[in-house]
Each structure stands twice: as structure tokens, then as C-alpha cells.
Design a protein around this ligand. Structure first.
Ligand SMILES: *Cc1c(COP(=O)(O)O)cnc(C)c1O
Length: 393
């Protein structure tokens, strides 16, 4: 892969390694292990494996390596480690770096499982965690201490789509010697510029836009070669959260079309947000890519786009939200996002059900809130579907 290639070229050709057969589509090396030419060769490889030398699929595999190289090239990261799911990536990125006594500062508006890892798992092993309102730079400034090891946040938070000022939070963290770990799913790998904006580590759930077709769970941790090979790889390969070769192949194929899909999805999200402005059934339309969003300028600075998700707050509360969901004909009710199919979610009763009411309120997860992940269907069909369902609500 050439560094001078533009992103769309990297997404199609980056990381490709061909076998002696010269196949066009990437090969799936569905093998757990590898045969050595001699006993001496086995011993040498265990002592020090070169870049194209494999030992065991939990440690690495050629199809997985193609995926890692392709996504690292896109993100502008030195290296990557592919994982079995997005949560294997989040937990691996954090746990591999932390030890008892370390301090972490995290934004409170997080994906539920990320909150569990920070609140329930890390604290059990003696890591201290402080939570802040991720949109408030003063809270970050007050919470990051000399002994803070890392900060963690989602650049765009689920489901209310608040934007964290990544460059400014990174400056505050780096001033105290803390590392910046970003869960960048909602920004998407297409719009992300997280590394140039100061992130040390970027994590994705590949289940979302990277697969983008609802087929497989996966994740990836991106960062410096030193961090990936000396910190992440030993932890992941010995604890078992590695990506399977078959999943890596699905994700490689997903990357080929990701730019086209995500740009189409974001264009539809923008058109939908515009079409819904001032709608009588809606208390709020939340989309960082629309001028009505309180952080529109920041979203433009950080991503140059608003992403593929629009959240709607129905004035009629949960009953209206349920009537809306049940009236949708194209958009399906589910809880993935970034998929080719448009998906609607009611966070208060599904993804965020576990949160106590006061926390739901603090995070803006109201009874009428719907998270809409726009797919690649026809834009006008989707707008008509949403408008008709709003009528029924
Ligand atoms: C989905 C998601 C995850 C977890 O990913 P899985 O692939 O489901 O394990 C983590 N963070 C965010 C922001 C997500 O949307």
C-alpha cells in the first residue's frame, strides 16, 4: 500500500497480500495454525516471528493481518489489532494499559457495555474512574490529574449525539501525561481524523459501519506500533479476544464499500434532519450535521460531517414513540447501527434500559427519544416512511 493513496483507494487495495495463485478477492485463511519446515524453523519462529510469519490464529493470521493493515492505513495509525467484537476492542485497549492505582477520566455518556467496563470491571481491580460531562471542557480540566493515566470518550455520544471537543480534551490530557483513547463508532472511520486531532488510541466496533451489512461482530484497536505490539498484542493473544479469519474477510469486504455506504447514509441523514425541522410531533431533532445542532460548528471542525444517525424526540413521549416505531414500514426496529438497512431504536427501553431514571434524564434519554440509523435505501422513500410514521404517532 502506498501512503500517497487517497482513502478510497486504500479501502479497496490497502493491506492486500496475494498467495501463489494470484486471487483477485482476498483469500480466507481459515486455519488455526501453520506448518513449519523443520523443528529448527518452529523454534526460530517462536523465538521471534517476522511480519509474514504466523504461529497460531489467536496470535495472528494472514486474512486478519490484511484487515488490520487496511484499516490502519485508512485511519492513519501506525498499527492495528483486530478483535472478536467492539467490546473486546474497548476492554482490551483499556485493560492492557491500566493497573491498580491508575486513574481514568471518562465521559459519562457512553455505550452501555463501555460504562460497565469502566464502572464495574476496572474499579474491581483498583483502577479509579472519574466521570465528567464530555461536552464541558471545564469538567475535563478539573478531573484530569497528575496521576491520570488515560481519558476515554465517544467522540459523538450515543444516543443524544453530543460532540466531544477531541482536540481540546487531548491537549488537556497530554499536558498531564495522560493518553487519549477514543471510541469513534459514531464518527465512523470514514469521517474520523482522530489521530491527527490528538487521539493516541482509536477503537471501533467493526460490527457497525465497517461490516455495515449486519453479518458479523468484530472490532479493532488502532495506535502506535509500540502500543499495539508491546501492550495490546500480548494481552489480546493470551486472553483470547482475537478476530476470526472468516470475520476478517467479511470486514475486508465491508471496507471496500464503506466510503460509498457511509457517505450515502450521511447524505440521507442530512436530508432527513432538514425535512423534519419544526415538525409538530417532534420536541427535538438531533443531528450534528444540521445547523440546528448546538455543536454544528464543532462537528464540522472534527469530522466535516454529521454521521449516519439522527435522533428524534417525540413530544408525545413513550406512547407516541412506540406508535411511531410500529408504523414504520421500511425502517426496521432493531439495535445495530451503521447498517445498510435503516434501523430505529427506543434507547430508554432497550439499549439504555439498565440506567436509573435520573441518569437517563441527565443524558437526555427521554421517553420519546428514537435513535434512527440511516441505511442506504432511497432517501425519499426513507423520508416518506418517517413522515408517515410520525403521522401515525
Ligand atoms: C456497538 C458499540 C460498541 C460495542 O461493539 P460490539 O461490536 O457490539 O461489541 C462499543 N462502542 C460503541 C460506541 C458502539 O456503538
Amino acid at each position: 500500500m502506498s501512503d500517497s493513496w487517497n482513502k478510497r483507494t486504500k479501502l479497496v487495495h490497502g493491506g492486500t497480500k496475494r498467495s501463489q495463485w494470484g486471487e483477485v478477492s482476498e483469500a480466507i485463511f481459515l486455519t488455526q495454525g501453520f506448518v513449519y519446515d523443520s523443528a529448527e524453523a518452529a523454534a526460530a519462529r517462536f523465538e521471534s516471528a517476522g511480519p509474514d510469519e504466523y504461529i497460531y490464529a489467536r496470535y495472528g493470521n494472514p486474512t486478519v493481518a490484511m484487515f488490520e493493515e487496511r484499516i490502519a492505513g485508512l485511519e492513519g495509525a501506525e498499527d492495528a489489532f483486530a478483535t472478536a467484537s467492539g467490546m473486546a476492542a474497548v476492554s482490551g485497549a483499556l485493560i492492557s494499559m491500566l493497573k491498580a492505582g491508575d486513574h481514568v477520566v471518562a465521559a459519562r455518556a457512553l455505550f452501555g457495555s463501555c460504562l460497565y467496563v469502566l464502572e464495574e470491571v476496572l474499579t474491581r481491580y483498583g483502577v479509579k474512574v472519574s466521570f465528567v460531562d464530555g461536552t464541558d471542557l471545564e469538567q475535563w480540566r478539573a478531573a484530569i490529574r497528575d496521576d491520570t493515566q488515560l481519558v476515554f470518550f465517544e467522540t459523538i455520544a450515543n444516543p443524544t449525539l453530543n460532540v466531544v471537543n477531541l482536540p481540546e480534551v487531548a491537549k488537556l490530557a497530554h499536558a498531564k501525561g495522560a493518553r487519549v483513547v477514543v471510541d469513534n463508532v459514531f464518527a465512523t472511520p470514514v469521517f474520523s481524523r482522530a489521530i491527527e486531532q490528538g487521539a493516541d488510541v482509536v477503537v471501533y466496533s467493526a460490527t457497525k459501519h465497517i461490516d455495515g451489512q449486519g453479518r458479523a461482530l468484530g472490532g479493532v484497536i488502532l495506535g502506535s506500533t509500540d502500543y499495539i505490539r508491546k501492550t495490546v498484542e500480548p494481552y489480546m493473544k493470551h486472553t483470547g479476544g482475537s478476530m476470526s479469519p472468516f470475520t476478517a474477510w467479511v470486514m475486508l469486504k465491508g471496507l471496500e464499500t464503506m466510503d460509498l455506504r457511509v457517505r450515502a447514509q450521511a447524505a440521507t441523514a442530512t436530508a432527513l434532519a432538514e425535512a423534519l425541522q419544526g415538525h409538530e410531533k417532534l420536541a427535538r431533532v438531533l443531528y450534528p450535521g444540521h445547523e440546528s445542532h448546538a455543536q454544528y460548528d464543532l462537528a464540522q471542525e472534527i469530522m466535516g460531517a454529521g454521521g449516519t444517525v439522527v435522533s428524534l424526540d417525540l413530544a408525545g413521549g413513550q406512547e407516541a414513540a412506540f406508535r411511531f416505531l410500529n408504523a414504520l414500514e421500511i425502517v426496521v426496529i432493531s439495535n445495530n447501527l451503521g447498517d445498510a438497512k435503516s434501523i430505529a431504536t427506543h434507547p430508554a427501553t432497550t439499549t439504555h434500559q439498565r440506567l436509573p431514571d435520573d441518569q437517563k434524564q441527565a443524558l437526555g434519554i427521554t421517553p420519546g427519544l428514537i435513535r434512527l440509523s440511516l441505511g442506504i435505501e432511497d432517501t425519499q422513500d426513507l423520508i416518506a416512511d418517517v413522515l408517515a410514521a410520525l403521522e401515525a404517532a
